[in-house]
Design a protein around this ligand. Structure first.
Ligand SMILES: Nc1nc2c(ncn2[C@@H]2O[C@H](COP(=O)(O)OP(=O)(O)O)[C@@H](O)[C@H]2O)c(=O)[nH]1
Ligand SMILES: [Mg+2]
Ligand SMILES: [Zn+2]
Length: 313
C-alpha cells in the first residue's frame, strides 16, 4: 500500500486484547494541525489493526512504529494500517525496536545469586542490543562487599551502575542512562526495585495529564502485558513483569556469543576448527581460565541434550 507523506504515524505503547494504545509522532501530527492546535503531548489514540494486516500475519506489538488511518478526532480512535520495519525484537516479552536491555539486580533483599545474575545477563544478551546492568539497594551492604561484587561483574565484561533509592546515590547517572536511549527494557527478578526506578523517572507533569496510571502496580497482580512509560520526548521505558524465568535455548554455536568474555576473545580466534565449541577440541586457542567458563560448559551440555530429545520426538 502507498503511504502518503502526510500520514499520521505513531508508536504502540500498550496492547490490550485486540486494542492498541498509540502515542502519535509529534512531527507527523504537525501535518494535521496548526501549531496552536496540537493537542497535549499525552494525547493517545485507541486503535485496532486493519483486518488485512492480520490476514497477512503482520502482528503489531508494543514498541512498533505504525501508520494510522480512519482517524476519528472526536473519540480519538484510529485504525493501524501499516507496520514499519523493526530494528530489533525481544520475544519474551514481545517488544519491538528495543534499544537497550537493562538487567536490574539487588545486592540484598532479595539476595544476589551469582548463577541467577548470570542467567539474566545471558538472556538479555540474546536480544543483541546493548545490555546494561544496575545493582540496586546498595544501602543494604558495606562498601567492601559492593566493590567485591563490582569487580567480579567487571570480569564478566560488565560495568554495573549502582543505585540506592534510600540514599539517592546513583540516581542521576541512572536517569542519564535511560534518557539517552530510545526504548529501554528493564528485566530482573521481582522485588529488586524495577518499579521503584521507573516511578522515580516518570515526571509528575507527564503522569498527571496522561492516561497512563500514576503509580505502577507493585506486584499486586503480575500482568503479562508490557506497557511503555514515557520519560520525555521520544524516550520510553518498559517494565517486564513475568520475565522472571530466563530462557537460554539457542543454537550451540551461538551460545558463546552471549558471553562478553568470549566475544572479546573471538576477535583473535585461531581455533583449528571453524565450528569449535571451545570444549576439548584439538587446536582450540581459547583461554578457559575465566569464572563463567564452567557455566558455559553446563549450558552447552543442556542445550545439546535438549536438542537430542527434541530430535527423538
Ligand atoms: N533499602 C532499599 N529498598 C529499596 C530500594 N529500592 C527499592 N526498594 C524496596 O524494594 C521493594 C520492591 O521494590 P519494587 O520496585 O516493587 O521491585 P520490583 O518487583 O523489581 O518492581 C519495595 O518495598 C521498595 O521500597 C533501595 O534502593 N533500597
Ligand atoms: Mg514491579
Ligand atoms: Zn576453540
Amino acid at each position: 500500500m502507498i503511504v502518503e507523506s502526510s500520514s499520521l504515524k505513531g508508536r504502540v505503547v500498550a496492547k490490550k486484547a485486540n486494542y492498541f494504545i498509540v502515542q502519535p509522532d509529534i512531527n507527523s501530527f504537525k501535518n494535521f494541525y496548526h501549531d496552536d492546535l496540537i493537542p497535549n503531548k499525552n494525547f493517545r489514540f485507541l486503535c485496532t489493526s486493519r483486518r488485512r494486516m492480520i490476514h497477512f500475519g503482520m502482528v503489531v506489538n508494543v514498541g512498533d512504529f505504525v501508520v494510522l488511518d480512519s482517524i476519528d478526532w472526536k473519540t480519538n480512535r484510529a485504525v493501524i494500517v501499516e507496520l514499519e520495519p523493526r530494528t530489533s525484537f525481544l520475544s519474551r516479552p514481545p517488544v519491538a525496536n528495543v534499544t537497550q536491555v537493562v538487567v536490574v539486580l539487588s545486592v540484598k533483599s532479595p539476595d544476589f545469586y551469582v548463577e541467577q545474575a548470570s542467567r539474566f545477563l545471558l538472556t538479555a544478551e540474546r536480544s543483541k542490543v546493548n545490555v546494561g546492568l544496575i545493582l540496586t539497594k546498595t544501602d543494604l551492604i558495606s562498601n567492601e562487599e559492593l566493590n567485591y561484587l563490582i569487580n567480579r561483574l567487571s570480569r564478566w565484561g560488565y560495568k554495573p551502575m549502582v543505585v540506592s533509592m534510600k540514599t539517592g546515590i546513583g540516581v542521576k547517572q541512572i536517569k542519564d542512562k535511560f534518557f539517552n536511549s530510545n526504548l529501554s527494557v528493564l528485566c530482573g527478578p521481582s522485588g529488586v526495585g524495577k518499579s521503584s526506578l521507573i516511578n522515580l523517572m516518570i515526571s509528575d507533569e507527564i503522569i498527571a495529564t496522561g492516561n497512563l496510571s500514576r503509580k505502577l502496580q507493585r506486584g499486586r497482580h503480575t500482568t503479562r502485558h508490557v506497557q511503555l512509560y514515557s520519560l520525555g520526548e521520544g524516550v520510553l521505558v518498559a517494565d517486564t513483569p513475568g520475565f522472571n524465568r530466563p530462557d537460554l535455548q539457542c543454537d550451540s554455536l551461538d551460545l558463546q556469543f552471549l558471553f562478553p568474555e568470549f566475544r572479546c576473545q573471538s576477535e583473535v580466534d585461531n581455533c583449528r576448527f571453524r565450528d569449535c565449541l571451545h570444549c576439548d577440541e584439538p587446536g582450540c586457542s581459547f583461554d578457559k581460565s575465566w569464572e563463567r567458563y564452567p557455566q558455559y560448559r553446563k549450558l552447552l551440555d543442556e542445550n545439546i541434550k535438549s536438542r537430542h530429545l527434541s530430535l527423538e520426538d
